[in-house]
Ligand binder design. Structure first.
Ligand code: GRF
Length: 194
């Protein structure tokens, strides 16, 4: 039986990509087949090498002005596209090519603290500034707008008044690493059975 194939897009450190690669390393039916990045300096590249996962680097022009990346995903028989700290808006054509087959993780409880410019430390700073008593993660399908696709999974962590944005970031990252691989697995299994 051929395994279901995941492609991960990441622009930065890639700690989530690594957790996902680790989770599916010896998985009987699912594999991480490809890691793609727009950033040749991204930490995710070294992490991919560790798992011997092929890396594809591309530039902005290729991503937005050609269909090459969508075609590559199709030629590689990718079943699900996973965004893990990918900083570019996905072009319409690519979203359409993977209906309900592209997921993203956001480090807050959407619809709060989402949208353009709400990424990384900006999210956690806003959460602390608003004196929120909780934050968390949202895993959602991707559509043509930042952070607006249907929500698949959310879970929260407490935020206390002494927490700095870095403290919140740390709590949220623990949730991301724990849940993202499992939610991807479930999403793929639902695809198979439907
Ligand atoms: C994560 O917080 C994720 O929620 C966000 O970008 C960050 C990526 O971190 N979309 P890493 O590169 O996986 O360490």
């Amino acid at each position: 039986m051929t395994k279901k194939r995941i492609a991960i897009f990441a622009s930065g450190s890639g700690s989530n990509a690594e957790k996902i690669a680790e989770y599916f390393k010896n998985h009987p039916t699912i594999e991480v087949s490809l890691i793609l990045s727009n950033n040749p300096q991204a930490g995710v590249i070294a992490r991919a090498r560790k798992f011997q996962i092929p890396v594809v680097l591309f530039d902005r022009k290729t991503f937005y002005e050609t269909d090459k990346i969508t075609e590559l995903l199709q030629n590689q028989h990718i079943d699900v596209v996973v965004l893990a700290g990918f900083m570019m808006l996905i072009p319409d054509e690519m979203v359409k090519a993977f209906p309900q087959k592209m997921v993203n993780i956001h480090p807050a409880l959407l619809p709060k603290y989402g949208g353009k410019g709400m990424y990384g430390h900006f999210v956690h700073e806003a959460v602390v500034a608003a004196k929120e008593t909780e934050s968390g993660i949202t895993i959602h399908y991707v559509n043509e707008r930042y952070d607006e696709g249907a929500i698949i999974f959310q879970t929260s962590c407490p935020v206390v008044s002494a927490d700095t944005p870095e403290d919140v970031a740390q709590k949220v990252q623990v949730l991301e690493h724990k849940h993202y691989p499992e939610v991807i697995e479930k999403t793929l299994n639902n695809l198979t059975s439907s």
